[in-house]
Ligand binder design. Structure first.
Ligand code: NAD
Length: 282
C-alpha cells in the first residue's frame, strides 16, 4: 500500500466526500464515483470545505491543492478498472446496493478489496451480491470522517484473512483506530448510539424536555461532545430510521421500533444537516 494505491469510492454524498478527503489526505489516489454529475460537483466543493475545516492551518496552506489533485471524479463505474480498494457509500437501500454490486463484479480488478460502509445491513448479505465474497468486508467510517478517530472493521465468515489484514493496514495508514466487530446489526457503535437517539425523540415527542435541553442534558450531564438530537441530524434521520429497522429485525421486542416523531421528520424530507433541516435548521 503506497502513494500509487488507487481507492475507488462509490457515492459522493455525506460519507463518500469525507472518505475521499481522508484517503487523498493520506496520500492515496482517489476515484470518486456518483451517478449524478451534480452530486460530483457538490462533492468537489464539499471536499475542499471539509479539508479547510479539519486540517491544521499550517498543513492546509502547504498541501490542500496537492490533496485535491489526487482526486478524480466520474459518473461511470468503468473508471474503477485499476483500483486496489473499492468503498461503497451509496444510500442505505438494499436494492440499490444489490444492483450496484452486480455491475461492479465485471469492472473491479479481481485482486481488489470490495468494502461497504453500510451502517446497518448484514455484511454477509451484501457479500452475497458479489462474485467473490472472500474479498468483501465491512469498513464502517464515522461521520465526520476527517474528525472521528474510529473505523469499525467487519469481516464475514467468508472474508479471507489476507483481505482482513490488508483492510486493517489500510485503516491504520489512514491514522484511524480500528475496532473489529462481528457481523451483527448495528455493529458496536450504532447498536449503542442509535437506540439512545430513538429515546431522545421519544422524550421530545412526549414534551418531557425541549430539544435543546435534551441535548444539553447529555452534553453537560454525561460529557457527550454532542447531544443525541444534534447527533441524529449529523448521521441523517433517514439513516437512523433504517438502522433502527434493522436492529428491530435482528433483536425484536427490545424497543428498537423507530419513534413516530422521528419517522415524521423523515417523511417530511427533514433528514438533518444534509437537507439543511432536521431537528434543527442549518
Ligand atoms: P448520502 O445520501 O449522503 O449519499 C449517497 C450518494 O450516493 C448520493 O450522492 C447519491 O447520488 C449516490 N448514489 C446513489 N446511487 C448510486 C449508484 N448506484 N452509484 C453511485 N452513486 C450513487 O448517503 P450517506 O449518508 O453518505 O451514506 C452512505 C452510506 O454510508 C450508507 O450506507 C450509510 O448507511 C453509511 N453511513 C452513513 C453515516 C452517516 O452518518 N451518514 C455514517 C456511517 C455510514
Amino acid at each position: 500500500m503506497n502513494n500509487n494505491t488507487y481507492i475507488g469510492i462509490i457515492g459522493a454524498g455525506q460519507m463518500g466526500v469525507g472518505i475521499a478527503a481522508l484517503c487523498a489526505f493520506s496520500g492515496f489516489q482517489v476515484k470518486l464515483i456518483d451517478v449524478f454529475p451534480e452530486a460530483l460537483l457538490k462533492a468537489k466543493n464539499n471536499i475542499r470545505v471539509q479539508l479547510e475545516k479539519f486540517l491544521d492551518a499550517l498543513l492546509r496552506s502547504h498541501s490542500i491543492e496537492n490533496i485535491l489533485s489526487r482526486i478524480s471524479y466520474d459518473t461511470e463505474l468503468a473508471a474503477l478498472d485499476n483500483v486496489n480498494i473499492v468503498i461503497e457509500a451509496i444510500p442505505e437501500d438494499i436494492h440499490l446496493k444489490q444492483q450496484l454490486y452486480h455491475s461492479l463484479n465485471s469492472v473491479v480488478p479481481s485482486n481488489a478489496i470490495i468494502a461497504t460502509n453500510t451502517s446497518s445491513f448484514s455484511i454477509a448479505e451484501l457479500a452475497g451480491f458479489v462474485s467473490e465474497p472472500e474479498r468483501f468486508i465491512g469498513i464502517h467510517f464515522m461521520n465526520p470522517v476527517l474528525k472521528m478517530e474510529l473505523v469499525e472493521v467487519i469481516p464475514t465468515q467468508d472474508t479471507s484473512s489476507a483481505i482482513f489484514n490488508e483492510s486493517k493496514k489500510f485503516i491504520e495508514r489512514l491514522q484511524k483506530h480500528v475496532v473489529v466487530s462481528k457481523d451483527s446489526a448495528g455493529f458496536v457503535v450504532n447498536r449503542l448510539i442509535v437506540p439512545m437517539i430513538n429515546e431522545a425523540f421519544a422524550i421530545m415527542e412526549s414534551g418531557i424536555a425541549s430539544k435543546e435541553d435534551i441535548d444539553i442534558a447529555l452534553e453537560k450531564g454525561a460529557s457527550l461532545p454532542m447531544g443525541p438530537l444534534k447527533l441524529a441530524d449529523f448521521i441523517g434521520l433517514d439513516t437512523c430510521v433504517s438502522i433502527l429497522h434493522n436492529l428491530d429485525k435482528a433483536f425484536p421486542n427490545r424497543g428498537y421500533t423507530p419513534n413516530y416523531l422521528l419517522k415524521t421528520y423523515v417523511n417530511q424530507g427533514f433528514l438533518g444537516r444534509k437537507t439543511k433541516k432536521g431537528v434543527y435548521s442549518y
